[in-house]
Design a protein around this ligand. Structure first.
Ligand code: PLP
Length: 394
């Protein structure tokens, strides 16, 4: 619609949300669809967190909070960074936002000028590229494949850097691939970045706790990278609090100050009740949420075992998050049940229409050979979905 801004007309709709909407529509028409498209834990919020929210309502929290978050929430975040990551921050380096998504959008808006390049190791989270473009930036993908476990090498990073490079943005554990960069691998990338001191690193660690290697490393932990690394985190994934909308950053002070300024003109402080509950969530040790991580690990095994029995699904073993990202390019150029499959989008649509299973095309994540399947679903749903897929592939 030409009455709309060029900005929004050129923007892609979030593919994951579009798939969720399509799934909902088909379900409303009475179709039996298993939704494995969303990155949303199927658990409910832990009781101790719920109680803190109820208490906050009874305590009459109702008014605007400081734009960058309550002081005691910032303190809880500082304690969490120290306890879980051995990172030291001052309150002036923390900004609480309406989900990690807003934290990332703030960062793109405060860091990018027109034409600045943002390096995106691919596959990457759907919204990165559009957030970058919205802020005038130019996304520059660094492709990987299943052969390298979807991780970039130091050489690839070096080759991708140009005088216009302003930011490198990645998630580890990664959505959609589930890959986790080890400390050693991050150090190899840091060794390249120290030669380019103006590049800012945005490290999206929203899946920190959903990590089956037992080790979470962050670029910010390297002394020579701390001053130009922003850590993005939040409570959506590990605490099953997606709808509560709380994310946060630990950042160099000048960046945190700018995010605070930006947020002050756009949304003000995040929801006050959710902020109060987040204090309780973060003050408790991660052992309290381990039951969810254990369940995800079990489901990962189930889905990988079942996928291995289906022809043409090439998988690696994801080390974190709750997704598998099979390479299904085997099917390109083939015909399934009378439908031509030429792209990952064709394949994902085929699974939705023929098997009643919602997945997301890898194209949305910068990888045209793969599809993303979320296993943040019940064991029964996973088993049924894999059985249905197997049936329509025969
Ligand atoms: N970063 C990644 C890699 C994600 O997968 C998501 C959610 O899907 C987010 C950020 C956004 O998280 P939030 O729900 O806190 O906005």
């Amino acid at each position: 619609d030409q009455r709309l801004s060029k900005r929004v007309n050129e923007m892609a709709t979030s593919a994951t949300l579009a798939m969720a909407a399509k799934t909902r529509e088909l379900k409303e028409q009475g179709k039996d669809i298993i939704g494995l498209s969303l990155g949303e834990p199927d658990f409910t919020v832990p009781d101790f967190v719920k109680e803190a929210a109820v208490q906050a309502i009874h305590d009459d929290y109702h008014s605007y909070s400081p734009v960058d978050g309550y002081g005691d929430l910032k303190q809880a975040i500082i304690t969490k960074f120290k306890r879980d990551n051995n990172l030291n921050y001052k309150p002036s380096q923390i900004v609480v936002s309406t989900g990690a998504k807003q934290s990332l959008a703030n960062l793109m808006m405060v860091l990018l000028n027109d034409g600045d390049e943002v390096l995106l190791p691919a596959p990457y989270w759907v919204s990165y590229a559009d957030m970058c473009k919205l802020s005038g930036g130019v996304p520059k993908e660094i492709p990987t494949s299943i052969e390298t476990d979807f991780k970039i090498t130091a050489k690839q990073l070096e080759d991708a850097i140009s005088p216009a490079t302003k930011v490198i943005l990645y998630s580890s554990p990664c959505n959609p691939s589930g890959s986790v960069y080890s400390e050693k691998e991050l150090r190899q990338l840091a060794d390249v970045l120290v030669k380019h001191p103006d590049i800012i690193v945005i490290s999206d660690e929203i899946y920190e706790h959903i990590n089956f290697t037992g080790e979470h490393a962050s670029m910010a932990q390297f002394e020579d990278m701390y001053d130009r690394t922003v850590v993005v985190n939040g409570v959506s994934k590990a605490y099953a609090m997606t709808g509560w909308r709380i994310g946060y950053i630990g950042a160099p002070e000048w960046i945190a100050r700018a995010c605070n300024k930006m947020q002050g003109q756009i949304t003000s402080g995040a929801n006050c009740i959710a902020q109060r509950a987040t204090i309780t969530a973060l003050e408790n040790p991660p052992s309290k949420i381990k039951y969810m991580i254990d369940a995800f690990k079990e489901r990962r095994k189930i889905i990988l075992d079942l996928l291995s029995e289906i022809n043409g699904f090439k998988t690696n073993e994801p080390e974190g998050a709750f997704y598998v990202f099979p390479d299904i390019s085997f099917y390109f150029g083939k015909t399934l049940r009378g439908k031509n499959i030429n792209t990952a989008s064709d394949f994902s649509l085929f699974l939705l229409e023929e098997a009643g299973v919602a997945t997301v095309t890898g194209e949305a994540f910068g990888d045209p050979n793969c599809i993303r399947i979320s296993y943040a679903a019940s064991e029964n749903e996973i088993r049924e979905a894999m059985a249905r897929i197997k049936k329509v592939m025969d």
